[in-house]
Structures are given as structure tokens and as C-alpha cells.
Write a new protein. Sequence first.
Length: 326
Amino acid sequence: MDNEFRTALFTPEDAPEISRFYRETYGDDFPIKYVYDPAEIVRRHDGVNHRTAIVRDGDGLIAGMGSLFRLAPNPLLYEAGQLMVARRHRGKGVSNIVGRAVLEEFPTQIPVEAVFIEALCSHTLSQPSATNQGLLPTGVELERMPPLGPKKGGAAGNVTLLMLFRVYRDAPHAIHPHPAHADFIGQRLRELGIERTFEPGGPPEAAATDAQPDILRDAAIATLTVSRPGRDWPDALARFEAEAAGCVRHVRLNLGDPAAPWAVDVLRDRGFFLGAYLPLWFGTDGVLLQKLPAAPDFSAPQYASEGAKSLAEAIRADWEAVTGGN
């Protein structure tokens, strides 16, 4: 079946067809709007920050595509995304061709320490493919992505995402997990086969928090990436929450900083609960905490493996511990 298809790296001439491919797959509802702008697609694709494999059929049309792109502070940690297969070619092994290019070939062509994906939990179609390609679940982003279709109405209709990681080149180091998260992180470490030293935390040394907000108001999602919590962390968090009112809120926190457990205490006091372990996110590891505008519907997400189900139950237990189940 592979003989029907050929794979090549993205070229600028592919950009208009990629925009049409997104509309074919998602209509006009994809929350990251640059994908509908061919000029912006070209600007972002440099082969290192954003590297894309295009699979074409015998007629020269796009049958599938997939990318590695930088999202985290660590430039050697990539997200694998834009993983799409044309409807006319589904069930023909195109997703396996894309997966090999992105997860096996690309890491031999550019420096890569780790790759993660966010698999939809509105169905389980993509989850087995990810685990078959060596990615393992590390967290659940509850009701994170707006529905791609006519159903609207806030987080209650949003799609949950399963985070999965594959570590290619690890750098063992000390981390400072919160006691409430230590067992969860320890289990993820055992499954990934990587080593960390757990050390106790302490008060923040810096006065000012080093953090970067990212708020997508149209999609009602907001993220704060915290490289270093400072003594002003409670005020910095309050400002972020005010700016992100009504959004699904994520805070990514650097576990390499000894003040991380103290920062997590502040987050838990404000209703944030465990979302994911993030290996090598900052070069050092990170942890994701999340907060939703309303109580999540834990019955909606679908998980393909017992490991993912167990992970989701641990996150629900932390939500209950933080919020009292309300």
C-alpha cells in the first residue's frame, strides 16, 4: 500500500493546499487560525522550528501530513501535530507513513530530545497509533480544545486531550515535585524509563516571577508558562487569572526550581489541580496544573488503554482533593 504514496518535506508551494486541507478536515473552526493563511504557513516553516512531511497520492494530491514544531521553552522538545489524513485515503496506512516520517526520520535529521502529542479523547482512534509509535501518556488536559464543529457553548462542550511523550535523549537531573504529585510523577518516570532525583523544595529566592502568558480569547483557552516563581507569584497568578477570566486555564511550572512546591501550594489554594507531567519541558522537567470555569465532565473523555484510564483517575482524585468535588 505504501507504494501508492510518496513523502517529501514541505515546500512553499504546498501552503495553499495545506490551507484547503485544513478546511476539508475541520471547516473554518480550527482554533489556531494561521493554518488558513498560506503566507503565514510559509513564514513559520523553516525546517527546524517547524518541519513538515507531506504525503501525496498517485495523482499528486495531499493524502496526509504531519509536523514537528517547537512549543516549549526547551528548543529540543517538539510537539508532533498537524497529523491529518485525507478522507479518501483513511484506512490505507497513510497515518503510519506520516508517523514514521515525523517520529522516526525527523529525529535523525534535526536535534530532538523528546516529542509529545495531544491526542483527542472525543474518540480513541489516534491513541493506539501514538502508543504503537513509542509515545506514553503523561497527563490529561480536560476540556481543553473547543469543539471542531457546530456545537459551541463553553468548556462543557470542549474536547479533552491526552498528552503522550516519547523521550529520545534524556538528561537525568534533580526535580522538586509537590508531595501531592510525587507518586503520579514517579509512575510516569517508571513507564518512560527515565531517572530523576526528587529533592525537597524551598521558598523563592527571586523577587519577580519569570512567566509568559498566552491567552487565546476566541478559543477561551489560556496558558501561563512559569520558568521561575518569585516572591510576587501570588500576585502574578492573580493577574493571569483576571486576564483569563472565563477561559480554561493552564499553568506550566518548572520542577527544576526549588520553589516549585511552594508555587503549587499557591495554585492549589486557588483551585488548580494536576494535569500532566512534562518531561524536559524547560530543559528540566515541568508539571501542568489546570483550572476550568466549571466542574469537568469526567465521563466524557474516552481512553484506549488501561494506563490512560488509570492516569485519568489519578487526575480526578487530585481534582477532588483540591476542590472537594465541586
